[in-house]
Design a protein around this ligand. Structure first.
Ligand SMILES: Cc1cc2nc3c(=O)[nH]c(=O)nc-3n(C[C@H](O)[C@H](O)[C@H](O)COP(=O)(O)O)c2cc1C
Length: 155
């Protein structure tokens, strides 16, 4: 089984930390999409797509990349880190992947720390920012390992 993880993580490297946990667990290739142009998916049985959430959306760059790739019949999974840590932020990318003919194998999300005052005066973000401190943490990484182990077993 050959797997590849493609990720975008430019704020606090929260998603990158998660991507590295997945990659270590299943011993797969890892690509930061900001530092590469040519991606050849031919030899991969599984591809993971991850990003932080910025203003309610995973990174536009990741959507643009997915749009360019030939994903017909490919096994894929999606992961994100966000202030709230909810999986619903993955849904838009999952929908696009489905439209591209990919086979959805899983979706994972956890909290990623952020400092609200760096981008918003909204009090609710201030509160959520406090809750997100320290994430992703060891518990999140353990859940991530369990997720990827189960996913790979079912391939
Ligand atoms: C500009 C900006 C906008 C954000 N918007 C949201 C948001 O809409 N919802 C949310 O839950 N978290 C939001 N966050 C928090 C990030 O999703 C969180 O810090 C994430 O872990 C960042 O990932 P990264 O460090 O891999 O880039 C935002 C962070 C930034 C910097």
């Amino acid at each position: 089984m050959k797997a590849l993880i493609l990720y975008y993580s430019n704020y606090k490297h929260n998603t990158e930390k998660l991507a590295k946990v997945f990659a270590r667990k299943i011993n797969c290739d890892l690509i930061n999409i900001e530092s590469t142009k040519d991606i050849n998916l031919e030899n991969y049985d599984l591809i993971g797509f991850g990003s932080g959430v910025y203003k309610e959306s995973m990174a536009p760059k990741l959507f643009k990349l997915v749009d360019r790739l030939n994903l017909k019949g490919k096994n894929v999974f999606v992961f994100s880190t966000s202030g709230v840590g909810m999986k619903f932020y993955n849904n838009k990318l999952l929908k696009l992947l489905k439209e591209k003919g990919a086979i959805i194998k899983g979706s994972f999300a956890c909290k990623g720390s952020f400092i609200a005052k760096e981008f918003s005066d909204n009090k609710i973000f201030d509160f959520l920012g406090k809750l997100s401190q320290g994430h992703p943490n060891e518990k999140d990484f353990k859940k991530a390992e369990e997720f990827i182990t189960k996913l790979v077993k079912l391939l």
